[in-house]
Each structure stands twice: as C-alpha cells, then as structure tokens.
Ligand binder design. Sequence first.
Ligand SMILES: NC(=O)c1ccc[n+]([C@@H]2O[C@H](COP(=O)([O-])OP(=O)(O)OC[C@H]3O[C@@H](n4cnc5c(N)ncnc54)[C@H](OP(=O)(O)O)[C@@H]3O)[C@@H](O)[C@H]2O)c1
Length: 258
Amino acid sequence: MDLGIKGKVALITGGSRGLGRQSALALAHEGVDVAICGRTERSLSSTVTEIKKLGVNSLGIIADVTESADIGSLHSEVCESLGAVDILVNNAGGSLSREDIEGTSLEDYKKTFDLNLFGGFELMKLVIPQMKENNWGRIINIASIYGREYGGNISYMSAKAALIAATKHSAISLAKDGILVNSIAPGSIEVPEGSWERFQNENSPDVVEGFISDNLPMGRFGWPEPLGDLVAFLASNRSGLITGSCIVIDGGQSISMI
Ligand SMILES: NC(=O)c1ccc[n+]([C@@H]2O[C@H](COP(=O)([O-])OP(=O)(O)OC[C@H]3O[C@@H](n4cnc5c(N)ncnc54)[C@H](OP(=O)(O)O)[C@@H]3O)[C@@H](O)[C@H]2O)c1
C-alpha cells in the first residue's frame, strides 16, 4: 500500500529510543524526512544515522519537552532545517512515580503533566497554523491504555486521559482544515532500556510470569513494530476518515470494551 507521504516532514518527540524510534523508522521507510528530539546526544545520533540509511533527511535535536524554551527552539530548528512540520508525533512521556493520591505530591502530579501533556500541547499550537495553511496535517499523540481505563499511578493515568481529551477536542476543531488528530493507547510494550525491560530485570521470574499471565492475553509483552506501522498509517493519506480516535494497540490487554 502506498501511503502517499513521501517528502513530508515529521517531528517525533522522544524519537531517539523505544516507540518514538520505531515510529521514526516507520515514517522514514515511507520517504518522510524525520526530526527527532530527546535529552541525550548518544541515542539521538545513533537513531539519526539509522534513519538516514533509509535515504531520507533526518535531524536530532537535544530538547526537553518539559521546558517551554526548548519547545520553541525545537520547532524553529526543524522548520529551518527540514521545512514546516506536516506530521507531529507527541511521543515523549512516561511515568514518574508509582503512587496513589495519598502518596503523590502536587509537584510530582504537575511534573507528570509537564512530561506527558503540556509540551505536546505547546507543539500542537506551534504546528497548527502552517498545517492549516497547507490544508494538510497529522497529529498523533501517544497516550496509554491507562488513559482510557483504570491502571498505573494517579499522575500518569490523569495526564494520559487529559491527552486523549485534548486530542478529541483538537480533532473536532481542526476537522475542516485537513488536519487529522488522533491518539494511540499502547499496552505494555517491551523496548530496549524501557520500563518493561527494567521491570523484568528488577523482579524475580515468578513475579514477571505472574504479571504476564494476569495481564497479557498473548502470553508475552508487546513489541514495537506494530506501533510504528500504526503511526505511519495514521500519518498517511490512507487514513483520511480517522480523526479524534484513540486507537488501542495492546494485544488484548485492556479490559474496557470501548
Ligand atoms: N512502552 C510501553 O509499554 C508504553 C505503554 C503505554 C504508553 N507508552 C507511552 O509511549 C511513549 C514512549 O514510551 P517508550 O516506552 O518508548 O519510552 P522510552 O523507551 O523510555 O523512550 C522515551 C523517549 O523519550 C525521550 N524522552 C524522555 N523524556 C523526555 C523529555 N523530557 N524530553 C524529550 N525527550 C524525552 C527519551 O530520550 P532521552 O531519555 O534521551 O530524553 C526516549 O527517546 C510514552 O509517552 C509512554 O508513556 C509506552
């Protein structure tokens, strides 16, 4: 299937490792020029090298999505070097604690929103004007099954739920402008140096087996390639009628029916 996005420009936050890296490679396979950001140089430069081997332009920028100043300079650097952003993937995110309301400080709660929501919100506001002018744009926000149903800790669940809500609201307000806005809700996907790899290293085989048998119907953790393919499809010209959706990719892990 030709996805019809060769020559477009994508920006993927947290694109140096994990699901962001996989999304970057999937878009590069489709001929998209890809900018990625992260906080550390080493993984950024090795992923940029991988992307360039696929024959597209790429740029790695050190930027922390929790810093407003970084967001502005990230956006202008991408526009200057690769051109206006056609495809934005707000992927940087994660969990900062494991607590319920009683164990969570307001400060940690806010920090989780900074990481999972506010940086992405600012980037959406920066890319929308040019997308509107082009009457074409794709925004994909990486949420979690725990933004749709109970699970994880209070801060992460709240921030991802808010990200899904912001996605839905933006999708409806931008639907007439050729801009599709969707979120993706992954289940537990194992990536190198990621949280599920750490979970397996830090717990006994019994605990890991127990988690898998209680939570993962496929009997294994998820793997990143299907998520990269989903990002590429949602970013493409073939997804024209999909906007405002939250697409679950979890091997049957979530309990919710909708
Ligand atoms: N993997 C899963 O099972 C799973 C499940 C549900 C949802 N998700 C969501 O999917 C997204 C990616 O998860 P992942 O498992 O691929 O994570 P990961 O392996 O920890 O990778 C995170 C990426 O984001 C970058 N990053 C982290 N903090 C950042 C910041 N403040 N500013 C800029 N970049 C930052 C990291 O690079 P640096 O460390 O160098 O900054 C790295 O490139 C997250 O939003 C996560 O909540 C993941």
